[in-house]
Write a protein that binds this ligand. Structure first.
Ligand SMILES: Cc1cc2nc3c(=O)[nH]c(=O)nc-3n(C[C@H](O)[C@H](O)[C@H](O)COP(=O)(O)OP(=O)(O)OC[C@H]3O[C@@H](n4cnc5c(N)ncnc54)[C@H](O)[C@@H]3O)c2cc1C
Length: 416
């Protein structure tokens, strides 16, 4: 059986490694950061799993809202104006891809093939590694100020319905019954059927623990290049020597495009940076993870307190976290839940992650231009966790069978 080097130990990397191990391959996992640590986007995300997560980041009408978002200091979008010239081509492509219903519908259909079996595959893996508790049947609840606000989101919910997602609409009374601690001012809810949630860092760390206990080798290093001999891959070159292999998977999240360029593919990648804060101490006793649709933040009870995620910040892959985004998140969540702003002794932990985003809202999964021995598996944007098991399945099939056809919707060559 070939030896596969998986580059990147975020959720896409560890799930690919898991699937490959399961299929009998020898696997080496390469990452300078330990699996489950904060460098990866997979560390601190919302942890939402649902087959309804099929909308691309750009939807019709977004382009009209961009100026308003940028002028609003509490808005969900930040762009570093000095980066604008560099970002503009990607951003225009992103907005163009989301500008019409006819462009976003095929994207939603393609993404539903990635998340349709979610969370069953996550549960299956959690069971197989002996940690079924990792995936919680929490339900996922979208909160609106009113039924009218919900009704205005016609297209997003129509697309979700078209791909088979189902949900229960909750009027105010039903909402208060199901989620007694929903914040004031929200009078309508949508409870997505089959919604689950997990602690993303713990999930990645536990899968990795299983991998290492079952023969997967971990190389704590940065992958730098690929070594070929007469057209066949023989090793991945790292800053700590070479990792011998016959096949490689590039699953380095937002850092992947540099590696992809080494094997002939120019993939337009941007880090859509997002943030979380966790406020320690007593918080609202929430029964479900929530999305406050007007504030565009998620709120969820976690072991260490109340966690809120959200925001999109295009300040670049290497820029440090933007403290203003944490302040804004804190303001938004404490406005909604004043209890979280009370008491002097609260600790607020902060984190910034880089969503690996391609301008058409879909990942790149397929063979590289230079060699069928190198497989791309990156660019999962807002839904990397939900789509990881299906990505891993596709990666394994591409490695197993040279004749395996790629799904054209995810072909890395679509950007050529
Ligand atoms: C605030 C926020 C909320 C989110 N909420 C959700 C959600 O609710 N549900 C959902 O499904 N998704 C969510 N996402 C998206 C999800 O987090 C990402 O899509 C997913 O984590 C991407 O996983 P990945 O493995 O591709 O990349 P990452 O998790 O970023 O992992 C990439 C890894 O590659 C390593 N690496 C980089 N360069 C190299 C190199 N040269 N050599 C070796 N290793 C390298 C890095 O160290 C890193 O560990 C959210 C994201 C954010 C930021």
């Amino acid at each position: 059986m070939p030896h596969v080097a998986v580059i990147g130990a975020g959720v896409i990397g560890v799930m690919s490694a898991y699937s490959l191990l399961h299929s009998g391959y020898t696997v080496t996992l390469i990452d300078p950061a330990e699996p489950g640590s904060a460098r990866a986007s997979s560390f601190g995300n919302g942890g939402w799993l649902s087959s309804s997560l099929v909308l691309p980041g750009a939807m019709p009408g977004l382009w009209k809202q961009v100026p308003k978002f940028l002028l609003d200091p509490k808005g969900p979008l930040t762009i570093d104006k000095w980066r604008l010239p560099k970002l503009a081509p990607w951003l225009l492509r992103f907005l163009w891809n989301g500008a019409t219903e006819s462009r976003v519908r095929p994207t939603a259909v393609a993404l539903s093939s990635m998340v349709g079996s979610c969370p069953n595959l996550h549960q299956e893996v959690a069971r197989q590694i002996g940690a079924p508790y990792l995936v919680e049947a929490s339900g996922l609840l979208y909160l609106y100020r009113s039924r009218e606000a919900y009704a205005r989101e016609i297209l997003p919910w129509a697309l979700r319905r078209e791909v088979g997602a189902t949900w229960t609409e909750l009027d105010e009374q039903e909402l208060r019954f199901r989620e007694p601690n929903a914040p004031d001012g929200y009078r309508f809810g949508v409870l997505v059927d089959g919604g689950h949630a997990l602690d993303p860092a713990l999930f990645v760390a536990e899968v990795a623990k299983f991998l290492f206990a079952n023969g997967v080798r971990y190389v704590k290093a940065n992958a730098l290049d690929f070594v070929f001999d007469v057209g066949r891959l023989t090793a991945v070159k790292t800053d700590h020597g070479q990792a011998e292999c016959d096949k490689a998977v590039i699953s380095a999240g937002a850092w992947s495009s540099k590696l992809a360029a080494l094997v002939g593919d120019r993939i337009p990648m941007e880090a859509e940076r997002g943030h979380h804060i966790i406020i320690s101490g007593e918080g609202p006793d929430l029964r479900h993870p929530l999305l406050l649709t007007d504030r565009k933040i998620t709120v969820r009870k976690v072991a260490s307190g109340t966690k809120s995620t959200g925001q999109v910040d295009f300040s670049g892959l290497d820029a440090p976290a933007n403290p203003l985004r944490f302040k804004v998140l804190h303001e938004l969540v404490t406005e909604a839940f004043p209890l979280l702003g009370e008491g002097p002794e609260r600790h607020v932990s902060t984190w910034m992650g880089r969503r690996p985003s391609l301008p058409d809202g879909k990942p790149a999964i397929g063979r590289s231009r230079r060699s069928a021995d190198v497989i791309h598996a990156f660019g999962h944007g807002h839904i990397g966790f939900a789509s990881a098991p299906e990505t891993a399945r596709l990666v394994t099939r591409l490695i197993r069978k040279a004749s395996e056809e790629e799904n054209a919707a995810f072909s890395p060559q679509r950007f050529a």
